[in-house]
Design a protein around this ligand. Structure first.
Ligand SMILES: O=C(O)CCC(=O)C(=O)O
Ligand SMILES: [Fe+2]
Length: 249
């Protein structure tokens, strides 16, 4: 049984994202929720905060319940199976993303990650895949869901083929024509996989619940050496997705 179905691989290739249901076992979710409770207790969001609030954690050698979501669950093998035969590099950092209600907000457009603060070398902070692990249910819209602009990774890559890879810095907030955005739905324990070039943003939260997602920005090994090629050829690092797409044609 492959970890990702042909349909899921094709969805990722065409739309730039896919949600894989029920990847994270309940005990790992519980431990991560407790860890996030601690982070909030130690450094609470301002009392009047509505909307996003992030915790960025460097990954220590110690066992970490946030990293366990990724590496002690089937998520790791699943993501490996999206980029094989490339090798998935160890995560460097983890983001806990809260979306605190009530936040009556609709994003005006998408963003692309890693561009406002380049790496020390000046290289844009490109990566291979955004992996989001849902810790709360977002089974309807306006529950703090992530918004995505489906297929926009292909439009970004076409733009960068025309203007060169350094033009990435001009599309932090892309304005080229794109399909209408969609809110990503899922349940606690689901795994969201998003292409680096996929335009996305945070949406409002009109529910009663603080939305919790843990994000990892993951790279295939040697991604930093080939980022210019990756941003012009969006399926370069995703051979299984490329094959599934070709099979369907
Ligand atoms: O929290 C989210 O759902 C998205 C956050 C995001 O896009 C970011 O931090 O770059
Ligand atoms: Fe983002």
């Amino acid at each position: 049984m492959p970890l990702l179905s042909d349909d899921q691989l094709r969805t990722f290739a065409e739309r730039g994202s896919v949600v894989i249901p029920d990847v994270i076992p309940q005990p790992l979710i519980k431990a991560a929720m407790q860890r996030i409770d601690q982070l909030i207790e130690r450094s609470p969001p301002p009392a009047d905060r509505h909307g996003f609030h992030f915790y960025w954690e460097a990954i220590e050698a110690d066992p970490d319940p946030l990293v366990a979501l990724l590496q002690d669950s089937p998520a790791w093998e699943t993501i490996k199976s999206l980029i094989a035969p490339l090798v998935l590099a160890e995560p460097e950092q983890v983001q806990v993303s809260l979306n605190i209600p009530v936040w009556n907000h609709r994003p005006g457009g998408p963003h692309i990650d890693g561009l406002t603060i380049p790496e020390p070398s000046g290289r844009p902070g490109t990566f291979t895949v955004l992996a989001g692990i849902f810790l709360t249910d977002q089974t309807a819209t306006d529950m703090g869901n992530l918004w995505v602009w489906p297929g926009s990774h292909h439009i970004a890559a076409a733009y960068l083929r025309e203007h060169g890879p350094d033009a990435l810095f001009d599309i932090v907030h892309p304005t080229y024509p794109m399909a209408s955005p969609e809110q990503v739905l899922g349940r606690a324990g689901d795994l969201f996989l998003g292409h680096y070039l996929l335009g996305h943003n945070m949406g409002g939260n009109m529910s009663a619940v603080i939305r919790r997602v843990v994000y990892f920005r993951l790279r295939a090994e040697d991604h930093r050496k080939r980022w210019q090629a990756c941003v012009q050829d969006p399926l370069l690092e995703f051979e299984p997705a490329r094959i599934a797409l070709d099979r369907a044609r």
